[in-house]
Design a protein around this ligand. Structure first.
Ligand code: AP5
Ligand code: MG
Length: 224
């Protein structure tokens, strides 16, 4: 497999990976591959993989590597990713996953790994306010004190909190990130692939910082 634009976006839960990747993927015309979204889609379809994964992600634990790797390799082997490349959101998130990705795809697995840097004190209120439409999947921010269930402004569907945005699961996810991210980030840094981007502030500003970071490693990046 040889891909054209290969970007990995890292960052703790609530850093804005999904928000920024949706926009960046459209801008770069590459598929947005989110392991969390892939697992949620499997769970919604009621597949065996979705059922197995849901037990882990609802509790805020990592899904075992063997389940994640097969899913990612299969997704990156699809025609769109083979032709255009990919924007990876939420994978790899352990050193073992990073090493496995490079073992499978070779040294060209990534042009750049961007860490969207947002402190825990900033992500906690973001996760508490996050709402997701169960019908169209749109992510939004609830105003302080807003109801847990609302109507989607985009499609009229039902907007709720994510099943893993409970206090307990949030704390477990953040603790896991703090434990697992250090070795992975150092490994990307040693490979010369890591760029850190400040993820605090207006989403438009963060988008432009991210684009600059990607351009710093892929100067001839195609943009639509
Ligand atoms: P996943 O779906 O990837 O969840 P996560 O890692 O917990 O990250 P989030 O999606 O919570 O955060 P985000 O950075 O995308 O933030 P968002 O853009 O939504 O994974 C879920 C689960 O699947 C895992 O816990 C695990 O079980 C399993 N899994 C997935 N990948 C795996 C792997 N590789 N290995 C093993 N298991 C795996 O933004 C959050 C909120 O902030 C939103 O409301 C948004 O509107 C708001 N916001 C965004 N940007 C800004 C800004 N600049 N200013 C203010 N608010 C903002
Ligand atoms: Mg996300």
């Amino acid at each position: 497999m040889v891909h054209r634009t290969r970007v990995i976006i890292l960052g703790r839960q609530g850093a804005g990976k999904g928000t920024q990747c949706a926009r960046l993927a459209a801008r770069l015309a590459v598929p947005h591959v989110s392991t969390g979204d892939l697992f949620r889609a499997e769970a919604a379809e009621g597949t065996e993989l979705g059922r197995q994964a849901a037990a882990y992600f609802d509790a805020g634990s990592l899904v075992p590597d063997e389940l994640v790797l097969d899913l990612v390799v299969q997704r990156l082997d699809a025609d769109d990713a083979r032709a255009a490349g990919y924007l990876l959101d939420g994978f790899p998130r352990t050193l073992a996953q990073g090493q496995a990705l490079f073992e499978v795809l070779g040294d060209w697995a990534a042009d750049v790994a961007v860490e969207l840097d947002v402190p825990t004190s900033v992500v906690l209120p973001r996760l508490a306010a996050r709402r997701v439409c169960q019908d169209c999947g749109a992510t939004s921010r609830a105003a302080p004190g807003a109801a847990e269930v609302a109507t989607c402004e985009r499609c009229g569907g039902t907007v709720t909190r994510r099943t893993d945005d409970t206090d307990e699961a949030i704390h477990r996810r953040l603790a896991t990130y703090d434990q697992e991210s250090g070795p992975l980030l150092s490994w990307f840094d040693d490979k010369g692939l890591l760029v850190r981007v400040d993820g605090v502030g207006d989403p438009d500003d963060v988008h432009h910082r991210l684009l600059d970071a990607v351009r710093s490693r892929i100067p001839d990046i195609g943009e639509v």
